[in-house]
Design a protein around this ligand. Sequence first.
Ligand SMILES: [Zn+2]
Length: 267
Amino acid sequence: MTAGKIVAVMLTACVALILSHPATLAQATDRHAVHRFANVVDLTHALDEYTPYIPVPGLTFPFKKTPIATVVKNGVAANRWEIHEHLGTQIDAPIHFFEGALSLDQLPVASLVVPLAVIDISARVASHPDTSVTVADIEAWERQHGRIPERAAVMMRSGWDSRIDDARAFVNADAGGVMHFPGFSPEAASFLARSRQAAGIGVDTLSLDRGDDATYATHKAWLGTGNWGAELVANLQHVPPVGATVFVGATKVKGATGGPVRLIAVW
Ligand SMILES: [Zn+2]
């Protein structure tokens, strides 16, 4: 048998083997298959000059977008953005409260694609904005939906995003300048980090803390565990309490304490 004939026989044998094993063929085509999700929900508010933010005199300011080039004048369009790191739907890195802790670019990428758990306290918030997600809320959630998945993003749905087009109502400051909106209790944040190994927490309000806590107790309890927090999350009423995965598209600026984030839930 010549070398050419041997090759031909081997090729024929291979083809016969593949044809007799449909699984082999399926595996080969699977590598080219694209995974599509039945549901894709944007958990991000569009950012503009009216987007609410925590007013800190002399420090914070509204978002501003100014054209630096236009198609008519320059043949290409581009804008300058004026922004601070904690504006709009955004993420906090541990360095936001702890010098030398992880900055935004240093967050492990595996912590940015995680199971999503949504805790709904909106019924209570409607009559009592100075409330928090508590350990008891988490335990009640688990009795209904099972244990919070490991390395999950746990988000508070308070219904607050219905105020998004009214910055004054969103900040909800009283005559003395004290803000009133819900957040996570520091104890719940510590519990999620230490007993449930959560990767992130998120709120549909302006802060991980309750609006009336000027000590940032929850920020410190949570970011001190080396994990991320997301604020001004949108559309949590459109995702299931458990079963979705959230993609946390955090901006990657070196040394950043936080920044705009595109949050997308899929399931
Ligand atoms: Zn924050």
